[in-house]
Design a protein around this ligand. Structure first.
Ligand SMILES: C[S@@+](CC[C@H](N)C(=O)[O-])C[C@H]1O[C@@H](n2cnc3c(N)ncnc32)[C@H](O)[C@@H]1O
Length: 268
């Protein structure tokens, strides 16, 4: 494993990646797993602050923004920033249905944030930083944060991705996914931006799923990594993935592995 090969470093045209997010927007919540632990940590870290103004950058359909809204009182306000129109429309209709008022949606690139200088107590980004121009995003966060503000980045590192069920059993997954960072790379970008890491924490999650559910997630391209495969290569890889899972797990309703992610708190 893997039996398949790719010819060169994979990079999807920006508009194709945008289209991927447009297509997946309405079903995003149903194919992704939500992690509550980073939310609890962020809540704890912000416990001393009142009337928090936050921005969730690369917010997608808002599943993490919603958890943050549930974690704070009505004085909390969140700017939900994403470049994808469909994602923001899904978020907005969901929040309006829930009668949530203390939010706004801002369609914008993370590389040029539509936020005033020194205006945010906190900026968060979940599972999205590898899609941004990190130098520009950090510089924009630095500009937008208040003096004692914090930027929280929740992501999976390249090595963590490699150890996931997809990294281990889905052909070429780790070759395709060349956008993720290692911790030392993030540290270096953060240092270059003139910011510092105040805290970092690795989270490990014990996951159990069925092969059917995993196949459904991959077919729906729940990780944008799958959008990087040509159609035929994806179908061949999926078949090998199924076989790999059958070879490694007795009960196909109890496929188990560990997911890992990291949360960084970055200060000015
Ligand atoms: C993997 S999704 C994560 C969504 C959400 N944070 C979550 O975890 O559910 C990445 C999101 O980043 C957005 N995105 C990608 N590149 C972006 C950019 N340059 N500027 C703003 N948003 C971007 C996509 O539209 C998508 O909604």
């Amino acid at each position: 494993m893997p039996l398949l090969k790719i010819k060169s470093k994979i990079k999807l045209k920006p508009e194709k990646m945008y289209n991927h997010f447009s297509t997946i927007a309405s079903k995003y919540q149903s194919v992704r797993t939500l992690d509550i632990k980073p939310i609890l940590h962020i809540k704890e870290k912000l416990a001393q602050k009142e009337k928090i103004k936050m921005a969730d950058v690369g917010c997608g359909d808002g599943r993490y923004s919603l958890e943050l809204l549930k974690s704070f009182d009505d004085s909390f306000y969140i700017n939900c920033v994403d470049y994808n129109k469909n994602m923001l429309e899904t978020l907005e209709s969901n929040f309006r249905e829930r009668n949530i008022a203390n939010f706004c949606v801002l369609q914008s690139d993370a590389n040029s944030l539509p936020l005033h200088n020194n205006s945010m107590d906190c900026i968060v980004t979940f599972n999205a930083v590898h899609h941004f121009d990190i130098t520009k995003f950090l510089s924009e966060s630095l500009r937008s944060l208040k003096k004692n503000g914090s930027l929280f980045i929740y992501t999976r590192l390249r090595s963590q991705n490699n150890r996931s069920v997809w990294g281990k059993y889905f052909p070429l997954f780790t070759d395709m996914e060349n956008r993720l960072y290692e911790l030392n790379e993030l540290e270096s970008h953060i240092k270059d931006a003139g910011m510092k890491i105040n805290f970092n924490r690795v989270f490990e999650y014990s996951r159990v799923s069925s092969l059917d559910r995993l196949v459904q997630q991959a077919e729906n391209k729940h990780y944008s990594t799958f959008a990087l495969y040509e159609k035929e290569l994806f179908l061949k890889s999926l078949e090998i993935f199924k076989q790999n899972i059958k070879n490694n797990f007795k009960d196909l309703n109890q496929v188990n592995w560990f997911d890992e992610n990291i949360l960084l708190e970055i200060r000015k």
